[in-house]
Write a protein that binds this ligand. Structure first.
Ligand SMILES: [Zn+2]
Length: 434
């Protein structure tokens, strides 16, 4: 076993140690998409034992016929069943943007943020998202929630957490931006780095907090309170130091990048995923195909901006507002280029910017921008599971995998919007109250 395989095995054990359920459950599914990317099956029976799938059979088999006379039957004969959905880009801690978010940053206690994080996690699970990758966790509330969910203390999606996002000074993740200088001392800055040594240390600090992966920014961001654009804001040696240090510890690295220069920097250094990727061009697509990195489009951000501005036209400061208008005008174009070329795509919303619990709205936007319902669903199941390093545990409904599954009315392969309303959700073999 290599060091990285060992580390990945340990990480998986930590994520899946929730108390097991010993009883057997027999699920009758009218239609079953057990392996997204392949054709759906008709009437099927899924057997769950100890929180895992033990069998998938054709037709509706009764417990007696399966040798499990005391098993509980779940009747989903009128429903379409598919694997639990995975959102590869959320921010469970936050749901207020713009000026309101800035105010909350200096008024809310960490305890208040923790309760908000829990509420957002519950909304996400009830929307059918049984696993999320959380990319930006300022207070550590989501890291703590990850463990509380694993221990079975509270109900929530399985969380893969990146801890604090890292950027260079005055870059996208610098919380000092927009704050008067006297306040800087009170605001955490250990996620900001400049130069190779400093960037190696920034990653190591997150490793020490027990994160599952590292998130960095190589370009400016839409929501950061500075008008320096969305091009590259890190040097090549800094990006390499960040990527190499994450990989040294067996952690994947997700990169926030809008401008093509920052996307190229990240891909050339070996990034595992590009988040947003708003200005993809031919050269960047070739790099994606060469490196096998994932693209996470986060189209839902636009919904978040439009809705927030409709409620309050003054929701954002002028320098952020200008970037938002640009983002609204270009979002989706990169996916239109990347999808037909075979770039690996994982579903991710940036919920926190868009609304928690409305994660499935992303499917509709993906289909509007060049994907089919089938490939969009694969992006939110098999692909996202692979990106999260959990392909052996989740993403498909096969014997041995976790019993994470959802049911909807209608056929999402014909109309992907039916995924916006869940009829039934199960995580780790436990039914979730909707
Ligand atoms: Zn984000």
């Amino acid at each position: 076993m290599t060091k990285n395989t060992l580390l990945a095995t340990l990480a998986c054990a930590a994520l899946f140690s929730a108390s097991a359920i010993a009883d057997d459950i027999v699920i009758h599914a009218g239609k079953l998409l057990d392996r997204p990317g392949k054709a759906a099956r008709g009437a099927s029976t899924v057997v769950v034992h100890d929180g895992r799938i033990s069998a998938v059979k054709e037709g509706f088999l009764e417990p007696g016929a399966l040798g499990l006379p005391s098993a509980r039957v779940v009747d989903l004969r009128e429903r379409f069943v598919l694997p639990g959905l995975i959102d590869s880009h959320v921010h469970l801690e936050s749901d207020t943007g713009g000026v309101g978010g800035l105010v909350e940053g200096v008024t809310l206690s960490d305890a208040a943020i923790a309760y908000r994080t829990l509420a957002n996690a519950r909304k996400t699970l009830r929307a059918g998202f049984t696993t999320v990758r959380n990319l930006g966790d300022g207070t550590g509330a989501t890291l703590a929630l990850r463990d509380a969910v694993t221990e079975g203390l509270v109900e929530g999606p399985r969380i893969v957490d990146a801890g604090r996002s890292i950027s260079t000074t005055s870059g996208h993740m610098d919380e000092w931006l927009g704050m008067r200088e006297e306040l800087h001392e009170a605001i955490s800055h250990d996620n900001v780095c400049d130069g190779v040594e400093s960037c190696r240390r920034a990653v190591r600090l997150q490793i020490g907090r027990g994160v599952d992966l590292i998130k960095i920014a190589t370009t400016g961001g839409v929501n950061s309170r500075i008008g320096t654009g969305v091009g590259a804001q890190a040097f090549e040696d800094e990006v390499r130091a960040l990527v190499d240090t994450a990989h040294l510890y067996g952690k994947k690295l997700a990169v926030h990048a809008h401008g093509a220069d920052g996307i190229r920097l990240a891909l050339a250094a070996g990034a595992d995923s590009i988040e947003h990727g708003t200005l993809l061009g031919e050269e960047e697509i070739r790099l994606f195909l060469k490196t096998g990195a994932y693209y996470v489009p986060t189209l839902s951000t636009v919904n978040g901006y439009i809705e927030r501005l409709a409620t309050n036209p003054e929701a954002y400061s002028p320098e952020v507002r200008a970037k938002i208008e640009w983002r609204i005008s270009v979002t989706g174009k990169s996916l239109q280029l990347a999808a037909p070329r075979g770039v690996k795509i994982a579903f991710g919303t940036d919920a926190g910017v868009s609304k928690h619990g409305r994660n499935a709205d992303e499917f509709e936007l993906m289909v509007k921008n060049g994907m089919t319902p089938a490939t969009a669903i694969a992006a939110a199941t098999v692909n996202a599971a692979d990106l999260l390093g959990l392909g052996a545990e989740i993403g498909t409904l096969e014997p041995g995998k976790r019993a994470d599954m959802v049911a909807v009315q209608g056929d999402p392969l014909e109309d992907v919007t039916v995924l916006k309303k869940m009829a039934w959700v199960m995580k780790d073999g436990r039914q979730v109250g909707l």
